[in-house]
Design a protein around this ligand. Structure first.
Ligand code: FAD
Length: 555
């Protein structure tokens, strides 16, 4: 009986304190209490105010009692006046035993005192405080508590109670920490990797990169190297690109040449890429499985190896080109000789014709005519022999080729000559060029011709600061090469004639057979390309050569 009375007294004490605390709390709701809970309590209070469906204080009590978060109400010295069952579950202390004790009882004595100072500092300003405290359960077990403490203000605006809410976040903290340290570990491994790594989202934006990638931004003088890499690989893969992308596919070891221009040598990378999907972690995708696509690009620089290979290639090339030039010179000399023979022979043919008609009229043979006919026959035979002895061009396979590579080769081969004449080379390649179908040797000699012509023209005219500009551009379906000098240029009236056989603007001393640009035109035609002299360029000579880009099916 006495026990029952004392229990009832305790309950009424709790109800009284709780109701008072909640009413005061609603007048000044602190952060940390869910909106739903506040709405429910406000609803109840407002119903009460209208006098109709007033909810009993017991409802507030039950609501807090059944809450899943540990709730306690203390006096201004943090002495616990009330604790809910969740408090008991989290701390292990039975409610009856903890009521009357200070909240400090929960402390594991590991929380730095500055934290408590901040906590009490906030409360003394009548403001709520939220933070982490290291607590200890009744069984001695340590746990990390996420605590919110709010002053409950009376109508005069003074604190009359403190409302404490806390939950055990040990496991969550542990997982968070694990995730963070794993992320940091992955990031430092990625960062230190001696290869270029970039992770791109489905819009092609770089979301993660490493030091090697960052270095490229400066080195390659491009804002986003990944964009250039992807454009080149996409171009190379053609339709396969979309298939791989849509099926989380991958590609490996695609070689990519990157031309920087100026005096800087090209760089080579071997690229691999993988598409994969990750679950979207944004809030709006919480209730549905939504995936986000990512693309991982890994590129290894192989420039050193390539340069060694290039050097070996250049030596072979020099020999090949010297041989090719000798053959071309021979072709030009023989063609020139035939051309020179043909003039007088045509005259002799005409004379023979006249003598034949005269002999016919006279009705008797003309010994001079016969002698000339014989001479003509032998001369034609000799010319035919000469024609047959013109060496043919070596048969070459037609292969998809990057014109930057060819031009760079020719520039390298011509380095000595360019230096000797003090020619400044302005090399402006498109960083990445689509391939054209080429007989590599023929194209090499084509560009060598154009460059040699430019160098010679500038030398002959004593151009003060000779400059040779070589530029490549990828246009819609063609690759365009510009070879430009600041020499004397070609007078307007001669521009159409320069491609004619045996036409030359060179001085007699330097005159060749005049077949150079004819051969150039032949090689351009052989590659279904076009060549023209730019009429708008008047401070020298500018040739624009265009070749069709290789259709995917032809590769
Ligand atoms: P304390 O002697 O309590 O004091 C530490 C610092 O706080 C000192 O700088 C002191 O000046 C200041 N301080 C203490 N009491 C007051 C006061 N009444 N007014 C102004 N300044 C004061 N602590 C936990 O470790 N875990 C909990 O889960 C926890 N929950 C709490 C819930 C509520 C509602 C409240 C009000 C406090 C809670 N505390 C909790 C804080 C607790 O009361 C102690 O302040 C803390 O545990 C440090 O105890 P201590 O004995 O080391 O130092």
């Amino acid at each position: 009986m006495i026990e029952n009375q004392s229990n009832n007294q305790k309950l009424s004490f709790r109800l009284h304190n709780l109701a008072e605390a909640i009413e005061t709390l609603l007048a000044n709701p602190p952060a940390g209490i869910s909106e739903e809970m506040l709405a429910l309590l406000r609803e109840a209070i407002s119903n009460g105010e209208h006098g109709e469906h007033a909810l009993p204080p017991r409802l507030f009590y039950e609501a807090v009692e059944q809450a899943q978060v540990a709730i306690s109400i203390t006096d201004l010295n943090a002495t616990i006046l009330y604790a809910n069952p969740a408090f008991e579950r989290v701390t292990g202390y039975q409610v009856d035993k903890i009521v009357g004790l200070n909240e400090a009882h929960l402390s594991d004595r590991k929380t730095p005192s500055i934290v408590y100072k901040t906590l009490w500092g906030r409360l003394s300003q009548k403001k709520p405080w939220t933070g982490m405290l290291i607590n200890r359960r009744e069984n001695g077990e340590r746990y990390l508590a996420e605590v919110t403490i709010a002053p409950v203000l009376n109508p005069e605006g003074e604190p009359s109670f403190y409302l404490g809410m806390h939950r055990d976040v040990t496991e969550m903290h542990h997982l968070e920490h694990k995730v963070k340290s794993q992320k940091a570990l992955i990031e430092s491994v990625v960062d230190a990797a001696p290869v270029v790594i970039a992770l791109l989202d489905e819009h092609g934006r770089v979301v993660l990169d490493n030091q090697e990638y960052k270095k490229l931004v400066g080195d390659l003088r491009t804002r986003e190297p990944a964009e250039v890499f992807l454009a080149a690989i996409q171009d190379e893969l053609g339709d396969k690109w979309e298939t791989l992308k849509n099926n989380d596919g991958s590609f490996v070891d695609r070689e990519l040449r990157f031309d920087i221009g100026g005096k800087r040598l090209p760089r080579w990378f071997v690229c691999s890429g993988t598409w994969f999907q990750e679950r979207d972690s944004s809030a709006d995708a919480f209730f549905e499985v939504r995936k986000q696509s990512y693309f991982l690009l890994v590129a290894k620089e192989v420039t050193d190896l390539k340069r060694q290979q290039e050097e070996m290639k250049m030596n072979v090339l020099r020999t090949m080109m010297a041989e090719g030039e000798a053959v071309e010179n021979m072709r030009e000399t023989l063609a020139g000789a035939i051309h020179q023979f043909e003039g007088p022979l045509n005259m002799i043919t005409a004379a023979v014709g006249m003598l034949e008609r005269r002999a016919e009229t006279r009705g008797e043979p003309d010994p001079l005519c016969e002698a000339l006919q014989n001479a003509l026959g032998s001369a034609e035979e000799a010319i035919e022999n000469l024609r047959r002895s013109i060496p043919a061009f070596a048969e070459e396979p037609v292969v998809p080729t990057n014109l930057n590579e060819i031009l760079r080769d020719v520039l390298t081969i011509s380095t000595k000559r360019l230096l000797a004449q003090g020619v400044v080379v302005d090399w402006e390649p498109a960083p990445v060029l689509p391939p054209v179908l080429a007989r590599v040797g023929r194209l090499r000699s084509l560009f060598k011709h154009l460059m040699d012509n430019a160098i010679e023209a500038m030398r002959d005219e004593g151009t003060k600061a000779p400059e040779l500009k070589i530029q490549t551009l990828a246009q819609e379906d063609t690759v365009c090469v510009i070879v430009q000098d600041n020499g004397p240029g070609i007078p307007e009236q001669l521009r159409f004639r320069v491609f004619e056989p045996f036409f030359t603007t060179k001085s007699k001393a330097n005159r060749g057979a005049g077949l150079g640009l004819t051969t150039v035109q032949d090689v351009v035609n052989l590659h279904s390309g076009t060549i023209q002299l730019d009429p708008s360029y008047t401070t020298g000579c500018r040739f624009i050569v265009q070749f069709p880009i290789v259709a995917r099916s032809q590769e």
